[in-house]
Design a protein around this ligand. Structure first.
Ligand SMILES: CC(=O)N[C@H]1[C@@H](OP(=O)(O)OP(=O)(O)OC[C@H]2O[C@@H](n3ccc(=O)[nH]c3=O)[C@H](O)[C@@H]2O)O[C@H](CO)[C@@H](O)[C@@H]1O
Ligand SMILES: C=C(OP(=O)(O)O)C(=O)O
Length: 427
């Protein structure tokens, strides 16, 4: 198994290009199922999850062609074409490895009139049920059956009718599945309390470019009028606000200065506000956001919430950064019930963190020390990388495959701003 080795204690300084967003890519890719035309996505991040999604699309009969971007550019371009959907089954082995596979359910149902997708099961950060995905589809006229670990959705007359659904809890994935179904329905769909994450806006913008009719984009009330068919197009994936936020925390924890080139300020106000409250200097410019540490860091009180609130996907990285703040920070995780898996590992590096249920108190410490650490999920792994960058001595982060799901060329990007970091291959 590969690991990442970090010699900590260096102040990071320089520019990091921000890649296309994993969580946008994973909802834009299944849109290829909605049309027999070609869909070309550019600025796709080179990530294990994007590769896995490409394989899943191939299994459903979608052709994929990948071109490199211009030399020196990150990301790549993928052209997908679903002339026909040859299988409407997303198998367990695929869904088990990548939860976002559930996002083929809506578009397959909308285009082929049926879809069978393995139930994803829980994962390290929590239970993560898909009941709201299914209830939204039912409200739009789908029939749902669950058997042998699979969910089978079908449209009684071959096409979904559309309908109204109010989400009792804000769900990014369920909103995405409902949207991708509604665009090809015979009638109107209204979604209330829909997620408003920038990745949802990116999805709506792509669907509109494909010919969909959606009102209320960016709000929690989406009105979708189904159309007879959608066309292909070329579309650039939005920048990754979570990757950008993670590198901003690298500036904070190392007392450095990092220019996040390509980051979009409007997508990450909760993050930049938190950085500014901690005492970092946040400068917005026409190419991105520059974050600079300015002496000691102040402690924070943060509670995760759906967009525009503070993202749960940033909680672990802020926790690592706040280990070096002057005083006690308070964190509350309201989205996932088990998202403090990084705490025992951070403690092994000298962090002082008390966890009570969904709350955590982070006592700032004068120093962290390198250690061998491992985490069970993506953002938890990134929090260990951040702690390693600031720690005295060597840190080895194990289970790198979590990082490869969500951080494109992590070592290269961090080395370019002065980190001493390398990947050790197990051979
Ligand atoms: C690929 C992707 O985009 N992943 C993101 C997406 O995950 P994902 O779409 O899985 O997360 P959701 O927004 O659906 O989950 C939010 C909350 O709703 C609950 N819930 C969700 C669906 C459902 O049917 N029933 C239910 O109870 C979940 O358990 C959780 O407590 O949004 C999360 C919340 O911003 C992020 O952390 C993930 O990085
Ligand atoms: C939880 C995350 O992703 P996923 O929903 O793909 O597990 C994440 O990106 O932090």
């Amino acid at each position: 198994m590969d690991s990442i080795l970090i010699q900590g204690g260096r102040r990071l300084d320089g520019a990091i290009p921000i890649s296309g967003a994993k969580n946008a890519a994973l909802t834009l890719l299944p849109c290829a199922l909605l049309t027999s035309d070609e869909l070309t996505l550019t600025n796709l991040p080179r990530l294990a999850d994007v590769d896995s999604f490409g394989h899943l699309m191939n299994m459903l009969g979608v052709s994929t062609k990948v071109d490199a971007m211009r030399p020196g550019e990150f990301g790549r371009r993928m052209t997908l074409q679903a002339r026909e959907i040859t299988s409407t089954v997303a198998p367990y082995d695929m869904v088990r490895r990548m939860r976002a596979s559930i996002l083929v359910l809506g578009p397959m149902l909308a285009r082929a009139g049926e879809a069978t997708v393995s139930l994803p099961g829980g994962c390290a950060i929590g239970d993560r049920p898909i009941d709201l995905h299914l209830k939204a589809l039912e409200a739009m006229g789908a029939e749902i059956e669950i058997a042998a670990g699979y969910v089978k959705a079908s449209a009684p007359k071959g096409r979904i009718s559309g309908g109204e659904f109010s989400f009792p809890v804000v769900s990014v994935g369920a909103t995405e599945n409902a949207l991708m179904t509604a665009v090809l329905a015979t009638g109107r769909t209204q979604l209330f309390n829909a997620a408003r994450e920038p990745e949802i806006v990116d999805l709506c913008n792509l669907l509109v470019a494909m010919g969909a009719r959606i009102e209320g984009i960016g709000s929690s009330h989406l009105i979708i009028d189904g159309v007879e068919g959608l066309n292909g197009c070329t579309y650039a994936v939005m920048p990754d606000r979570i990757e950008a936020g993670s590198y901003a925390c690298a500036a904070g924890i190392t007392g450095g200065s990092i220019d996040l080139v390509g980051a979009r300020p409007e997508d990450m106000l909760a993050t930049t506000n938190a950085l500014a409250h901690a005492g970092l200097i946040v400068e917005l410019h026409d190419k991105g956001i520059k974050v600079t540490a300015d002496g000691g860091m102040r402690p924070l009180a943060l509670s995760t919430a759906p967009f525009p609130g503070f993202a749960t996907d940033m909680q672990a990285q802020f926790m690592a950064m706040l280990c070096r703040a002057n005083g006690e920070s308070f964190l509350e995780e309201t989205i996932f019930e088990n998202r403090y898996m990084h705490v025992p590992e951070l403690r092994r590096m000298g962090a002082e963190i008390d966890v009570r249920g969904r709350s955590a108190i982070v006592h700032g410490v004068p120093k962290l020390t390198g250690a061998s650490v491992m985490a069970t999920d993506l953002r938890a792994s990134m929090s260990l990388v951040l702690a390693g960058l600031a720690a005295e001595g060597e840190t080895e982060v194990l289970r790198v495959y979590h990082l490869d799901r969500g951080y494109e060329r992590l070592e290269e990007k961090l080395s370019a701003v002065g980190a001493v970091i390398e990947r050790r291959s197990a051979g």
